[in-house]
Write a protein that binds this ligand. Structure first.
Ligand code: HSE
Length: 321
C-alpha cells in the first residue's frame, strides 16, 4: 500500500487524481484574446500525484516528444508556480497523455496548463479560487506563446463560453452557451502561435475597430439570448483573420461552402491552423465536415476532423484516490 500522509497544505500525499482536459477554441472569430469556448472532444488526460520532494517529475505517455524538463514543459511551469506559492513544501509527479496535437490551434498548451492547475488544486483540497487557477495556468501559456492570455485557459477550466473582460486585473465572465454543434478541421500543417502573433499589425484602423466592437458585442448578446442568427451575423473578424488566414490553405473556400451548407459561421480556431464552424443541427455539422474533408483532400493536405459540441464542463476529475 502506498504511503498516505497529510501535507502541510492539508492535501493528501500518496493519492492521485486523473483529469480530462478539453480542447478549446479561442478568439471565437472576432474576440481576439478575450473569447473562448470548451469542446467536448478532443481532450488530454493527465494523472497527478503529490510527492514529498519539491520537484516536478514528468512522464509523457504520447508520441509528441514534449520536454520533460519542468521548466520547459507547459504543465511543469504551472506546477512549479503552484509549488512556489506553497513555499515549495512538496512536489508533483505528472503523467500526460496528449490527444490534442500541439500547434493545432485547439488549445493544446492550455489543456496541459489548465489540467495541471486544476489537478493540483484537487490534490490540495481546493484551496485556490478559479481566478488563481487561471493565473497559475497562464504561466504555461506564457511559456508556449510568449504572452499571457486566458482565452483558452479559462474555458478549459470552467467549460462553456467565456469572456475575459480583462487580465489585469483578471475579470472572467461566464456566458450562456446554447446547445450548438461544432465542426473542426485540423489540417496537419504547423502554425506556431508565437509566429501567428508576430505577423499581426500593431495598429488598427478606427473603422475596423468599430466593426469589431459591434461584432463582439453582437456575439456576446447572441450567446446570452441564445439568438443563433445574431451569433452567425457576429462571427466576423476584420482585424486578425485577414492576416492569419493567408497561412491556412483552403480557408476561404471552407468558410464560404460551410455557410452555404447552413453553418452559422466560424473561422480560425485560436491561432490556427484548425478551422471551426458552428451549426444548429448535427446533420449540418456533418455536411460541413464532408466539405472540409473534400477541400483538404483536393489540396493534398492530411487532416483530422471532429464533429462535437460545446463542453459545459471544463477540466474534469475522472478518477481520484
Ligand atoms: N488568442 C490567442 C491567439 C489564442 O489567437 O493568438 C492562441 O493561443
Amino acid at each position: 500500500m502506498s504511503e498516505v500522509k497529510s501535507s502541510p497544505s492539508g492535501g493528501v500525499r500518496g493519492g492521485f487524481v486523473l483529469v480530462q482536459c478539453p480542447a478549446t477554441v479561442a478568439n471565437l472569430v472576432c474576440g481576439f484574446d478575450i473569447l473562448g469556448m470548451a469542446l467536448a472532444e478532443p481532450y488530454d488526460i493527465m494523472k497527478l500525484k503529490l510527492i514529498d520532494e519539491p520537484k516536478v517529475i514528468i512522464t509523457n505517455k504520447d508520441a509528441y516528444n514534449l520536454p520533460t524538463d519542468a521548466e520547459k514543459n507547459v504543465a511543469g511551469v504551472v506546477l512549479l508556480s503552484v509549488m512556489e506559492k506553497m513555499n515549495n513544501q512538496f512536489g508533483f509527479e505528472v503523467e500526460i497523455t496528449k490527444q490534442i496535437k500541439p500547434g493545432s490551434g485547439l488549445g493544446s498548451s492550455a489543456a496541459s496548463a489548465a489540467g495541471a492547475a486544476v489537478a493540483a488544486n484537487h490534490l490540495l483540497n481546493h484551496i485556490f479560487s478559479r481566478e488563481e487557477l487561471v493565473q497559475f495556468a497562464m504561466n504555461g501559456e506564457k511559456l508556449a506563446s510568449g504572452v499571457k492570455h486566458a482565452d483558452n485557459i479559462t474555458p478549459c477550466i470552467t467549460g462553456g463560453v467565456t469572456l475575459i473582460r480583462s487580465i489585469h486585473p483578471l475579470d472572467i465572465v461566464q456566458l450562456h452557451s446554447p446547445p450548438l454543434f461544432v465542426t473542426v478541421v485540423h489540417p496537419q500543417i504547423e502554425v506556431k502561435t508565437s509566429d501567428a502573433r508576430q505577423i499581426l499589425r500593431k495598429e488598427v484602423l478606427l473603422k475596423d475597430a468599430i466593426k469589431q466592437w459591434g461584432n463582439i458585442a453582437g456575439l456576446v448578446a447572441g450567446f446570452e439570448k441564445a439568438d443563433t442568427d445574431l451569433i452567425g451575423r457576429s462571427l466576423e473578424d476584420v482585424i486578425i483573420e485577414p492576416v492569419r488566414s493567408i497561412l491556412i490553405p483552403g480557408f476561404d473556400e471552407i468558410k464560404t461552402k460551410s455557410k452555404e451548407a447552413g453553418a452559422l459561421g466560424g473561422g480560425i480556431s485560436g491561432s490556427g491552423p484548425s478551422i471551426f464552424m458552428l451549426c444548429k443541427e448535427e446533420a449540418t455539422a456533418k455536411k460541413v465536415e464532408q466539405i472540409m474533408q473534400e477541400i483538404f483532400t483536393q489540396l493534398g493536405i492530411d487532416f483530422k476532423t471532429y464533429v462535437t459540441t460545446i463542453a459545459q464542463e471544463g477540466v474534469k476529475v475522472v478518477n481520484a484516490k
